[in-house]
Design a protein around this ligand. Structure first.
Ligand code: ADP
Length: 836
């Protein structure tokens, strides 16, 4: 080979390998240095800047003009090896002996091949490790005296284990590292010398320069193997990680390619079947609907984004349903549809009057509301109205009439039992089957942005761990916030500010305070019999007749019939059940008519029993006769008012008091207060003061086991107790309400109107009312006031005077010495007292 530039020539592969082979042969011919008598060899120094060529390894090196070139030329001139010494720091430009590692490699350097710019390259072959003894020359190139290091070649068990590990780790590296030729592992299997194996592996795998340096500096083969094993293990970790990442990436690529492929196929199939067109057409339609829906900017762009997502999907993808559902919601919610208010107050008054009897206060307030609106149409921040009253008192139907008067849509939603904020505000779309909350669902039904929106039963809202629905409701009702109501499902601001909200409740007591604060309460207190008859005659009967297909001229309800239904078939403050019973009668008549049977034209009290069966309730709930130990309280309940008998029984015992009948804490305290009062008045009531220790008191409030509480039964309990201990009977037609103090003072109570109406309904004649409650009678219809004897009271003495029979001079066990009393105890139990 004469050419000097074999690396730059374009030889064929065969030629190239034959040249390489030749070069290698030349290398082998260079003999190892011959040690002198002291065992040293001396040779010119070849400085390796940033590579390490281990013994047995052949590698090309690059040589710049300078000391290295001179050293090589000198060695070749003498047909000898060089000593390669590795720089400690590759950055040093002109290294001195101190800058070189003290262990080097004896190295054969092949023929120099010229390269551009005076540089050359050569193949080199490492022979063995050598230890520097001394530098014998520094200029123009270094010469060094070294001692060759003889490595042990025998393999003991530990070395064998280390070698196996090395081969095994190396094998795994070869499998993972694409840059390593597969034969490399085979090669490692054929190396029997431990040190050589370590060096060979160190050459093959890619190690940082410092690691190579330190491997060079380990002349002990075992040490070297240990270190190389550790490095291999690290390398393997890195390779495995790379491999994992690689295969993940690959998987991703594979999957998306697969999906792409399948989608293309599906498209092809759909086109074949003519379905692709349908889908495309559908999307075009949806897009057009979005464009034309008059959506506000934000909603429109959200909707269009979803449409875009649809176009990316095949029609059968599971998300399609979810997206379409969402789009349907956006499209079907009213965003701009609005009705124009009719703010004509005279017209409104006419409408309200047309459908409702009475309810003067509520109607007036509503007309004021409309009037204010007509004068200040923009920005009239009026309070939210809250209709409070027992069921069936016309709250909903008045709401409906207001909507009609204003020309607004009417919608209502019940909040009874709502405990989850999400019911108001919806669930996030990530939930399966998610929907908007009740507010937006109702708005969709309304179809306009300004309906009259009735929120029913806000007193029945609950709250639990799923968040407080009242808080969400506040946001709905608050004019400062509700122009941008946020629903979890819709995720768009929705404007509720044009809605007219009205809330309803049976009692203000359980309305969350924060809500109550924002509202103006209008009471719907319940009707007396005369009002009910009027409502039935004017509204309920005509409506029910029409619904059953009867003609008003054919059938006529007598007032006496209505009265009987009210008193014997219903027991309510409103007229809901009354209307239902009237409806039942109408249907019975209609059936007879259609079956061509004879039916009465005038419906009287007997027809009522004939059509509705035996009475459900009895005229009066009052006691049938005057009794000892039984007094009648009048109580307020959610469905209006009710009368409530209070019973006291005295038994022999040890002075304890037992209370039964679903009675709350406050009422129990009232009972204790009543008893204390009784004891403190023993003398004036002619009761022997030491009697109490030998008697037990049982207080019971029967009737339906509905929970009862509140202080207003105080005077009634005291009356029953005193009646039992003094054995004076209580007049049965007397009803009473009032809280009692320990000194017997009577304090005012709430719910007077309902209580008086209930007492009237129940047929009581005399009512004992705390004096400070007399002002409340203004709300009670005159008819009722005239029917009843209402007596103001301030003190228990007044109560007892009216409620109890006068004291009779007859022997009583409670006034006798205790010893005697025991003998006669049984037969004189108050309950068993003979009627007069
Ligand atoms: P609420 O909402 O208070 O429970 P509704 O409004 O449903 O009661 O009333 C029950 C029925 O009684 C309805 O058919 C209603 O029209 C009728 N009603 C109640 N009060 C009146 C009234 N003052 N005038 C005419 N109808 C009434």
């Amino acid at each position: 080979m004469k050419s000097d530039d074999w690396l730059t020539r374009q030889d064929s592969p065969e030629e190239f390998s034959s040249i390489l082979h030749q070069r290698t042969e030349e290398l082998y011919r260079i003999p190892d240095g011959e040690p002198d008598s002291e065992g040293f060899i001396e040779a010119p120094v070849l400085i390796l800047r940033d590579i390490v060529v281990f013994p047995h390894m052949i590698s090309p090196i690059f040589i710049t003009p300078g000391p290295n070139l001179l050293a090589i030329q000198d060695a070749q001139f003498n047909f000898q090896t060089n000593i390669a010494l590795v720089q400690r720091d590759p950055e040093v430009e002109e290294p001195h002996p101190n800058d070189l590692l003290p262990i080097g490699i004896e190295m054969a350097v092949g023929r120099l091949l010229s390269m551009p710019e005076g540089n050359s390259s050569a193949l080199v072959q490492g022979r063995r490790r050598v230890e520097v003894v001394e530098f014998t020359q520094e200029e123009p190139f270094m010469k060094v005296k070294v001692r060759p290091i003889d490595e042990p070649t025998e393999v003991d068990r530990q070395t064998d284990a280390l070698m196996r590990t090395a081969r095994d780790l190396f094998d795994r590296c070869v499998q993972l590292d694409r840059s390593l030729p597969e034969e490399a592992h085979l090669f490692s299997l054929n190396i029997a010398e431990p040190g050589w194996l370590a060096d060979m592996v160190a050459t093959a795998v890619s190690l940082p320069f410092v690691e190579r340096q330190s491997l060079l500096m380990l002349p002990d083969p075992q040490e070297r193997l240990k270190r190389i094993n550790r490095l291999l293990a690290q390398e393997l970790d890195v390779l495995q990680l790379e491999d994992e990442i690689q295969s993940k990436v690959q998987n991703e690529v594979d999957r998306s390619q697969r999906e792409f492929y399948l989608r293309e196929q599906m498209k092809a199939i759909q086109t074949e079947l003519g379905e692709g067109d349908i889908w495309t057409r559908e999307i075009v339609e949806i897009r057009a609907r979005v464009d034309e829906a008059g959506l506000p900017e934000e909603a429109k762009s959200a909707a269009l984004k979803e449409v875009d997502r649809l176009t990316q999907m095949p029609p059968m993808a599971p998300e399609v349903g979810i997206i379409r559902n969402y789009l349907d919601w956006i499209l079907e919610l009213p965003w701009s549809q609005i009705t124009e208010d009719n703010l004509d107050v005279t017209h409104a008054a006419k409408v309200l009057e047309e459908y409702h009897y009475g309810l003067g206060k509520a109607k007036d307030r509503i007309l004021e509301y409309i009037a204010v609106r007509s004068l200040k149409p923009k920005r009239s921040k009026q309070p939210i109205l809250c209709f409070v009253g027992p069921p069936g008192t016309g709250k909903t139907s008045l709401g409906r009439s207001i909507a009609e008067a204003l020309g607004r849509k009417f919608v209502r939603v019940s909040l009874g039992g709502v405990r989850d904020e999400a019911e108001i505000r919806g669930h996030r779309r990530t939930y399966i089957g998610a929907l908007p909350g009740r507010v937006l669902q109702t708005m969709r039904r309304a179809g306009t942005v300004n309906p009259l929106f009735m929120l029913d039963e806000i007193d029945k809202l609950g709250a639990d761990f799923r968040g407080d629905p009242a808080a969400a409701l506040l946001e709905v009702l608050d004019p400062e916030q509700n122009f941008a109501f946020s629903d979890h499902y819709l995720e768009l601001a929705y404007d509720l500010s044009k809605v007219m909200f009205i809330t309803t409740a049976n009692t203000i007591m359980s309305i969350p305070l924060a809500l109550l604060d924002r509202m103006e309460v209008l009471e719907f207190p319940g009707y007396i019999e005369e009002e009910k008859i009027e409502i039935a005659r004017r509204f309920l009967i005509p409506r029910q007749m029409e619904e059953s297909g009867l003609d008003i001229r054919e059938v006529h309800f007598l007032d006496s019939a209505i009265r009987r239904i009210i008193s014997e078939y219903t027991y309510e403050a409103g007229v809901r059940n009354l209307e239902r019973e009237i409806g039942r009668m109408c249907r019975k008549v209609a059936r007879m008519k259609s079956e061509h049977k004879h039916h009465p034209n005038r419906l009287g009290p007997n027809s009522v029993e004939r059509f509705l069966g035996p009475p459900q309730f009895f005229q009066t709930q009052a006691e049938s006769q005057d009794e000892i130990g039984v007094a009648t309280a009048i109580a307020w309940t959610e469905s209006g008012g009710d009368i409530m008998p209070v019973e006291v029984l005295i038994l022999e015992g040890k002075g304890s008091m037992q209370i039964t009948g679903q009675i709350g804490e406050v009422m129990q305290e009232s009972a204790q207060a009543g008893l204390s009062y009784l004891k403190s008045r023993s003398r004036s009531l002619n009761i022997s003061p030491d009697i109490y220790e030998h008697l037990d008191v049982h207080l019971h409030i029967p009737e339906g086991a509905i929970p009862k509480d509140g202080p207003s039964a105080g005077i009634t309990i005291a009356t029953a107790l005193i009646s039992a201990f003094t054995e004076r009977k209580v007049y049965k037609e007397v009803g009473m309400t009032g809280e009692i103090t320990l000194r017997g003072r009577v304090l005012p109570v709430g719910g007077v109107r309902e209580k008086i109406l209930a007492a009237h309904r129940a047929g009581l004649k005399t009512i004992l009312l705390p004096e400070r409650n007399m002002k409340d009678l203004i709300d009670v219809p005159k008819k009722v006031r005239d029917d009843l004897n209402i007596i103001p009271v301030n003190h228990m003495d007044q109560v007892l005077e009216v409620a109890l029979h006068p004291e009779v001079e007859k022997p009583s066990r409670h006034r006798k010495p205790i010893a005697k009393e025991k003998d006669e105890g049984e037969k004189e139990q108050p309950e068993q007292a003979p009627p007069e």
